[in-house]
Design a protein around this ligand. Structure first.
Ligand SMILES: [Zn+2]
Length: 312
C-alpha cells in the first residue's frame, strides 16, 4: 500500500509505503493503513489539519455511496466498512474508490490517457482490474463500482476464481495465474532460469523477476507470459466492442516490467476478437505514471469531491 500527500497542484510532498499483508485479516490491515497515512504526513511535514480530504483506492467491487468493500477476493475482505473506519480514525473526510478506477483516472488526468474521449484502463496485477472514463466521467453503477473486467468469463469451466465463479479472465491472465503456471513449470523441471531467480514460492515470483527471467532467455516463462497477455487481449477486445474507446491504457506491475511484450501480445489477442472498425480506431498504450497513477487519481477524485482548499 502506498500513501502520498499532494499539494493543491498535485505535486507530491511526501509518501509512505508498506506491505498490505492481506493474510492477517482486515483489522491488522486497517491498522497498517492508518500507520501508512500517518507516516506519509510525517514525511511531507504536513499537519493533518491542513488536509482537505483523502482519496482511498481499494480493490473492489465496492459500495461507493457508503464506502464499503463488498468483496475483495485477493484481500479476503467481505463487507468491510472502510469509510466508516476512516471517518472514525482520521481527522479529515475520505472518499473510497476502486483502485483501478483511481489509476485509470490518474492516467486520464495526468498521464497516458490525457485528452481521450473514452478511455478504458486494464491493470493486470494480483487480480485484473478495469475502468472506463467517458467524457471525463468515471463510469460506475448506481451504488457500486463497475467495469470488473477481471471477472469476464473467458474459459467456461476453467479454473476456480476468488469470486466463486470459474474461468474468469483473472484466473488465466493475472500475475497470480502467471506465477502459479510458472511454479508448476519449475516443479516439472522447466523454467530453469526462473527457478534460480525466485524458487517455487508464489510470493517471490514477482513482475520484476518474471521480466528478468525472460530477458535472460527463459523460454518457458516467456511462453507462459505471452499466452496470458494474449488472453488479456481477449478481455480487452470485449471492452472495446462494448465501449468503442479511442484509447486503452494498460497498467500495473507486469505491464510496467514488460511494456513491449504486453503491447505486442495484447494486440495479438485483441485482433481476432475486436470489430475491425473499432480495432482501427483504438490506440493501445501503456501507463505513464507507474505506481503513482492510483494515488494521483484518488487524490484528484477526492479533490473534486471535497474541494482543493486546505483547511486552516
Ligand atoms: Zn471471478
Amino acid at each position: 500500500m502506498l500513501a502520498t500527500v499532494f499539494d493543491d497542484e498535485f505535486h507530491p510532498l511526501g509518501a509512505s509505503r508498506q506491505k498490505t499483508k492481506g493474510l492477517y485479516g482486515a483489522k491488522a490491515v486497517l491498522g497498517r493503513i492508518q500507520n501508512t497515512i500517518e507516516a506519509a504526513l510525517e514525511d511531507a511535514r504536513v499537519s493533518p489539519s491542513k488536509i482537505a480530504g483523502l482519496g482511498f483506492g481499494c480493490p473492489g467491487p465496492l459500495d461507493l455511496n457508503r464506502g464499503i468493500v463488498l468483496s475483495s477476493p485477493n484481500l479476503g475482505w467481505h463487507n468491510v466498512m472502510l469509510k466508516r473506519w476512516l471517518d472514525k480514525h482520521l481527522p479529515f473526510p475520505s472518499l473510497v474508490v476502486n483502485d483501478v478506477d483511481a489509476g485509470t483516472y490518474g492516467e486520464y488526468r495526468f498521464g497516458a490517457g490525457r485528452g481521450a474521449r473514452c478511455l478504458v484502463g486494464v491493470f493486470p496485477g494480483t487480480g485484473i482490474g478495469g475502468a472506463c472514463i467517458y467524457d471525463g466521467q468515471l463510469i460506475r453503477g448506481t451504488s457500486m463500482s463497475a467495469f470488473e473486467i477481471g471477472h469476464l468469463q473467458v474459459q467456461p469451466g476453467g479454473r476456480l476464481c476468488g469470486c466463486g465463479k470459474s474461468g474468469c479472465l483473472e484466473t488465466a491472465a493475472s500475475r497470480l495465474a502467471i506465477a502459479s503456471d510458472i511454479a508448476v513449470a519449475i516443479y516439472r523441471g522447466e523454467a530453469v532460469i526462473m527457478r534460480e531467480l525466485a524458487g517455487t514460492d508464489l510470493t517471490s515470483i514477482k513482475s520484476a523477476a518474471i521480466a528478468e527471467a525472460i530477458k535472460k532467455g527463459d523460454a518457458t516463462v516467456s511462453a507462459i507470459v505471452r499466452n496470458a497477455a494474449r488472453l488479456l487481449g481477449v478481455g480487452v477486445a470485449a471492452a472495446v466492442n462494448l465501449m468503442a474507446p479511442d484509447r486503452v491504457v494498460l497498467g500495473g506491475g507486469l505491464v510496467e516490467a514488460m511494456p513491449k511484450l504486453y503491447l505486442e501480445e495484447v494486440k495479438r489477442g485483441m485482433a481476432p476478437a475486436t470489430l475491425p472498425t473499432f480495432m482501427q480506431d483504438v490506440h493501445l498504450v501503456t501507463a505513464a505514471l507507474g505506481d503513482n497513477a492510483s494515488a494521483l487519481g484518488a487524490a484528484a477524485l477526492a479533490s473534486e469531491s471535497f474541494g482543493k482548499r486546505s483547511r486552516n
